[in-house]
Design a protein around this ligand. Structure first.
Ligand code: SF4
Length: 452
């Protein structure tokens, strides 16, 4: 090979991605653009010419984690570009790490790319520059190939008093429905079997664009949660909804679950059950109606799994109000529950509320809450023994296949351990029916139902 034909190495970028699934989607977009422009993504600080850190700034511990990650990247590499939620608080970053090359906020892909270009110009390749290189036609994904997050909007029109997302990300901006459906279609064509719909408030989708109608595959769809779900069901893969706010119109999508068009799964953060605490949180407070609705949903889609998150020890929460929350757990019989002890977030309105709850009381309530839910969860899982669950395989581990049922979202819910995974010849991303033989507080155990 003559020296003239040896092309210089591609410029190399290291990438550190912190934060929630929404930040993960931002990271995927940036990584995709970097790859399209001919940058190599490398795994170590030593190999990288420059490092991008996508930060999270939601709660104080995330701020510390982000600042630590920036510090580590500076110490190990020296050339660091910061983006993401914490980028909104650039003074904090500059104070701790004055040497960073550039700071930008969430979804500011243009600024990240400009900073990368300034630090490390892209290699000019006349062939690749005309035909963007993508490994699989769907961009770079950080999630395993068989599932993908689908971000449908940015921002939020609510003003929950404990949350600073609206001040960081602004009011709701929905992506046009045809744009979302086209992205989903590409993902499905690239081998994705499960779409995880995310946003700050999935049920508000389209309200900002007055539910504008757009065309996809020759049919008209409204930019609205129900129409989006109907469109996604055309792809013949699983669709799971996350971050649904408890609006009344959520009821409209339950029949789609009963018809098998949408996974019977709702991630709906109730946050509390005491009407007064909910009012302080600036969240909908009609708890009786919530319980009635849950019952109605179950009568329409009996298999529906409801996942929720709660905050205990919110400022002013009394023991009686906390017990209302425990009673709600008993009545609602939710499938999956996450809980946090309230921790003040810099800039949140809730910080000004009177009567903060002592830290040890908060922790005690959190433990009592988790104990109560663990019992409910264990009972619910035990009731599945003897039945068959449709699952998707996430990994093969020795003789076992590790899968998830329709009731389990990746990373946050439980798993189904398939004892005969290897013998059954299961592959990652495959759908399989599993006979359930055992359970614990979080997970199920069983065997693949072999055909023939
Ligand atoms: S709905 Fe969610 S994102 Fe919006 S303000 Fe409330 S907690 Fe924050």
């Amino acid at each position: 090979m003559s020296s003239a034909s040896v092309s210089p190495a591609n410029p190399k970028v290291g990438f550190v991605s912190l934060g929630c699934p929404k930040a993960l989607v931002d990271s995927e977009r940036i990584l995709t653009q970097l790859r399209v422009e001919g940058y190599d993504i490398v795994q170590t600080y030593d190999d990288a010419d420059v490092v991008v850190v996508n930060t999270c700034g939601f709660i104080d511990s995330a701020v510390t984690e982000s600042l630590d990650a920036i510090g580590e990247a500076i110490a190990e590499n020296g050339k660091v570009i910061v983006t993401g939620c914490l980028g909104k608080r650039s003074e904090l970053i500059r104070e701790a790490h004055p040497g960073v090359l550039s700071i930008s906020g969430p979804q500011d892909y243009g600024s990240v790319m400009s900073a990368v270009h300034a630090a490390l110009p892209p290699k000019h390749d006349p062939f690749l520059d005309l035909v963007p290189r993508r490994d699989d036609g769907i961009g770079v994904k950080l999630t395993p190939k068989h599932y993908a997050y689908l971000k449908i909007s940015e921002g939020c029109n609510h003003r929950c008093s404990f949350c600073i997302i609206p001040s960081m990300r602004g009011d709701l901006v929905s992506r046009p429905v045809d744009d979302v459906l086209r992205e989903a279609e590409k993902l499905a064509m690239g081998g994705v079997k499960e779409l995880l719909v995310i946003s700050q408030d999935t049920s508000a989708y389209g309200v900002d664009v007055k539910y504008a109608e757009r065309e996809w595959r020759g049919k008209s769809y409204q930019t609205r949660m129900k129409a989006l779900c109907e469109g996604l069901s055309e792809l013949g893969i699983w669709t799971r909804l996350h971050y649904v706010y408890p609006y009344p119109h959520v009821d409209e999508i339950i029949p789609l679950m009963a018809e098998g068009k949408l996974l019977p799964y709702l991630d709906i953060p109730f946050q509390h059950a005491s009407p007064r605490v909910l009012k302080l949180m600036k969240r909908p407070g009609a708890v009786d109606k919530t319980l009635e609705r849950i019952q109605r949903w179950r009568s329409i889609a009996p298999d529906i799994a409801i996942r929720s998150t709660f905050i205990v020890g919110f400022p002013g929460e009394t023991e009686a109000e906390f017990e209302e929350l425990l009673d709600f757990l008993d009545e609602a019989q939710l499938d999956r529950v996450g809980a946090f002890a309230y921790s003040p977030v810099d800039g949140a309105k809730a910080n000004d509320l009177p009567d903060p709850v002592d830290e040890d009381i908060k922790q005690d309530r959190l433990a009592r809450f988790m104990e109560r839910q663990a019992e409910i969860s264990a009972n619910k899982l035990e009731a599945k023994i003897g039945g068959v669950q449709r699952c998707i395989v996430d990994a093969i581990d020795g003789d076992l296949a590790i899968a998830r049922s329709m009731a389990d979202a990746p990373e946050i819910d439980g798993l189904v351990q398939i004892q005969n995974g290897l013998d059954a010849g299961l592959r990652v991303g495959q759908f399989v029916d599993v006979e359930i033989m055992g359970s614990d507080e979080h997970d199920l155990f069983g065997e693949a139902v072999l055909e023939g």
